[in-house]
Ligand binder design. Sequence first.
Ligand SMILES: Cc1cc2nc3c(=O)[nH]c(=O)nc-3n(C[C@H](O)[C@H](O)[C@H](O)COP(=O)(O)OP(=O)(O)OC[C@H]3O[C@@H](n4cnc5c(N)ncnc54)[C@H](O)[C@@H]3O)c2cc1C
Ligand SMILES: NC(=O)c1ccc[n+]([C@@H]2O[C@H](COP(=O)([O-])OP(=O)(O)OC[C@H]3O[C@@H](n4cnc5c(N)ncnc54)[C@H](O)[C@@H]3O)[C@@H](O)[C@H]2O)c1
Length: 480
Amino acid sequence: MDKRKVDIAIIGAGTAGMGAYRAARKHTDNVVMIEGGPYGTTCARVGCMPSKLLIAAADSAHQVTRASLFGIYPGDVRIDGKAVMDRVRRERDRFVGFVVDAVEGFPEQHRLRGHARFLSPHRIMVGNSLEVEASRVVIATGSRANVPGFLKDAKDRLVVNDDLFDWDDLPQSVAVFGPGIIGLELGQALSRLGVRVRMFGVSGGVGPLQEEAIRKYALKCFNEEFPLDADSSVQSVERTAEGVSIRFTDPDRGEMTETFDYLLAATGRRPNVDGLDIQNADIAQDDRGSPLFDPYTLQCGDSHIFIAGDANNEVPLLHEAADEGRIAGNNAALYPEVRAGLRRVPLGIVFTDPQIAIVGMTVKEVDERCRGCYAIGEVSFEGQGRSRVIGANKGLLHVYGERGSGLFLGAEMFGPAAEHLGHLLAWAAQKRMTVSEMLDMPFYHPVIEEGLRTALRDLNRKLDIGPQPIDHCLDCGPGG
Ligand SMILES: Cc1cc2nc3c(=O)[nH]c(=O)nc-3n(C[C@H](O)[C@H](O)[C@H](O)COP(=O)(O)OP(=O)(O)OC[C@H]3O[C@@H](n4cnc5c(N)ncnc54)[C@H](O)[C@@H]3O)c2cc1C
Ligand SMILES: NC(=O)c1ccc[n+]([C@@H]2O[C@H](COP(=O)([O-])OP(=O)(O)OC[C@H]3O[C@@H](n4cnc5c(N)ncnc54)[C@H](O)[C@@H]3O)[C@@H](O)[C@H]2O)c1
């Protein structure tokens, strides 16, 4: 058995692990990063990047098919599934290549390969033949798809996000389980690429949407493209000679059986802490076995162990994994001195069309904080000037503000350009701007941001701070 003694051991070479490594290295050269799988990160290999590449192809197909709205008829659209998947993989490999180059640029003595597990709070077994003794540890082991047992009856036709991007052609049909973020993004993209899609959910949820009016609106829009039953009743899943046969109750047509080439499970993700023998680390865990930690320092209790990225199951998003990795790596180096790191205003974006943006506090959090003393401003994008011009006039935006202070607190949106409006709103929330201060900012004409202004004006009026907005915003041009 080989043995090695280090100041800091980082488990996982994903986004959080690499961030932790870079931060830790500013303080010590005696650091190792342990990776049990391939280099390249979840984001670049099987997450953010390949999913956005597939969506880009789908957007392109969609733009062509909707050109007739503008009186333009480009002829029959032919989608070459092999070419679509070829570009997805080629570009994906390019992104992965950059990440692998970056990791392999770290000194060789800092990089260990093999599955890591705790033998004791300071001793980590790497693979079968190396024991690392570490003064401090950062857990950055990410997450993996969580697949409910009954979906496994699809056998070899069951896929998760890790598998899909390696297809070399598009299938004819896919049943998607889970209308969460991954299911909506990938399911809508496949549908727009000509794949027959049916989506099954439980308990009525649609992505991360919490507001009933917006959830219902989004559900209606998605159902215009493919059947999505957010509260489905599925009797059986079976692998047959033709593919995967699913018996379910359709809300309008009753009991049905439909066969698909594949079943995509997008039913949530589970943190990779179960393979770590975490019980040997002597840190407190919640009832699901996840370590308890401080979200500002990433420290587990007052121990020498820190946890960052999807592994801690707090906000499983890329920019959060990067921030957390940096904070955890820095604190692992400073331990027992630890510092609270900068946590940004929550921002989540779903790259569907229309897009979804969730910013700042959710409506439930606002209600808890303000105990009813808040207002919700709203706008529909159906009549919004620029949105109508470009034929993207679908969607709703709700913005939340506190009574008295007039502070902007958060927003939920399903609508055009939500990725951009979401950023404006997140920046305003992080700067703790009031709704009036936001309205003092410039708004060009004609832009989708004028829709945001309408919602903010509505909010200020409901907070009894601003005047009654002028219908159709005549001072700023039509449809503002
Ligand atoms: C399909 C999909 C699309 C997504 N799209 C977006 C998006 O558009 N925007 C966004 O912000 N986020 C997106 N995400 C989320 C984002 O990808 C993750 O939040 C982020 O990649 C998490 O980084 P991480 O470092 O925590 O984990 P990872 O990058 O998964 O790194 C963890 C590493 O730890 C290794 N490991 C695990 N256990 C062990 C062990 N015991 N020993 C040694 N090594 C181990 C793993 O092999 C892995 O390399 C998406 C995710 C998916 C799945
Ligand atoms: N654009 C982005 O930022 C982006 C994109 C993809 C993924 N992600 C990250 O990845 C995480 C995981 O995404 P996800 O979509 O897997 O999880 P999710 O939690 O967003 O959605 C899971 C969905 O599956 C449903 N579900 C659970 N069990 C089911 C069952 N038996 N049958 C049918 N439906 C079932 C849930 O009700 C939920 O709607 C997200 O929370 C997000 O943080 C982010």
